[in-house]
Design a protein around this ligand. Structure first.
Ligand code: HEC
Length: 304
């Protein structure tokens, strides 16, 4: 019995199905993504990296930084907070609603929450629990909201406030997600450390900035030279063991500066449709569009 054609067809079908699943479907879903409006000022996200940051990405790749650093924040779930956005005027009804939503509140705590709105009433709930609590707080004139808070070990470590999604990597060419975490994730390093001179000193000698750091020093990205008529403005402020003899200075090379520009362009902190960020409720009675002092500062991606 000749079953050759059948086996051939079977193999073809299996390969075609996996090609559809792994190539065609993802391409249809995310293949034509573009910049989106995000953040409080609705700027385009992700921002097109500056030329220097793009050169810095090449240095990052050439030096193999990605062997130790990932750029991929994972999120394992989300919790929900119930926040009283404004207390309104119906204080008695709201007070009983608050006590129903959170039994055990003392009268002092109830009036404190009402006075300090917007203020969280309950935190770390499941969606169903949050919705039940919200029902108690549905009092005419008052305003309560449910806020989604991303959770997961990476977020608890402070590596980002939400998970990374395809949109974040729109201009990352080539993509250096990486898979080993000998050092921290760098997705939002610019939000954690904005100071370019910190980055330069850390690259020159990681131990001088972080006690016991196991990151290798990248001194070859710097140049030691005789001080000319004036010291260079970007010379490293080296102290202790790193200090160079008088008359000399250590300056970052073009590669080190580009690398730091790349690091400072990494701050994916905008909430996206597919990966929202907790949004603090606005005071409904606010008369201006100014962000409130308590709102999270979603600084624009820096391209320095
Ligand atoms: C052998 C592994 C290794 C390599 C390669 C490596 N790092 Fe690191 N890196 C670490 C470790 C470990 C830490 C944590 C200790 C510290 O902050 O120095 C770290 C920390 C950092 C931090 C601070 C992170 C934070 O959250 O404070 C930055 C920025 C950084 N590395 C950038 C780089 C860059 C840029 C390169 C490539 C030039 C690089 N690293 C290469 C291991 C590595």
């Amino acid at each position: 019995m000749n079953q050759g054609p059948l086996i051939f067809l079977g193999a073809l079908l299996a390969l075609a199905a996996s090609w559809c699943g792994m190539v065609v479907v993802p391409n249809v879903q995310i293949g034509r993504q573009q910049q989106v409006a995000a953040g409080p000022s609705n700027s385009r996200y992700p921002a097109i990296p500056s030329g220097e940051a793009q050169r810095g990405r090449d240095v990052y790749r050439a030096q193999g930084c990605f062997y130790c650093h990932t750029t991929n924040v994972r999120q394992s779930g989300a919790k929900f907070d119930v926040v009283l956005a404004s207390a309104g005027t119906n204080k008695a009804a709201l007070a009983s609603g608050l006590r129903a939503a959170r039994p055990g509140l003392t009268p002092a705590e109830v009036s404190q929450i009402m006075e300090q709105a917007p203020k969280p009433v309950l935190q770390g709930l499941t969606r169903a629990e949050a919705e039940t609590a919200l029902k108690h707080l549905t009092v005419p004139d008052a305003k309560a909201e449910i806020i989604l808070v991303p959770t997961g070990p990476d977020i608890e470590r402070g590596w980002g406030r939400r998970m990374s999604v395809a949109q974040d990597y729109l201009f990352d060419q080539p993509l250096m997600l990486s898979k080993q975490r000998i050092g921290p994730d760098l997705t939002t390093i610019a939000a954690r450390q904005r100071d370019p001179s910190w980055h330069l000193l850390h690259l020159y000698n990681p131990q001088s900035k972080v006690n016991g750091s196991t990151m290798p020093p990248y001194r070859f990205l710097f140049e030691k030279r005789k001080i000319g008529r004036h010291p260079s403005p970007d010379a490293l402020q080296l102290t202790g063991e790193d200090a160079v003899e008088p008359g000399y200075e250590v300056v970052p090379t073009e590669r080190a500066r580009a690398l730091v520009a790349y690091l400072l362009s990494m701050d994916a902190q905008f909430g996206l449709f597919e990966a929202p960020l907790p949004v603090e409720p606005k005071r409904p009675d606010a008369t201006t569009n100014q962000p409130s002092a308590t709102a999270p500062t979603n600084a624009a991606p820096t391209n320095r």
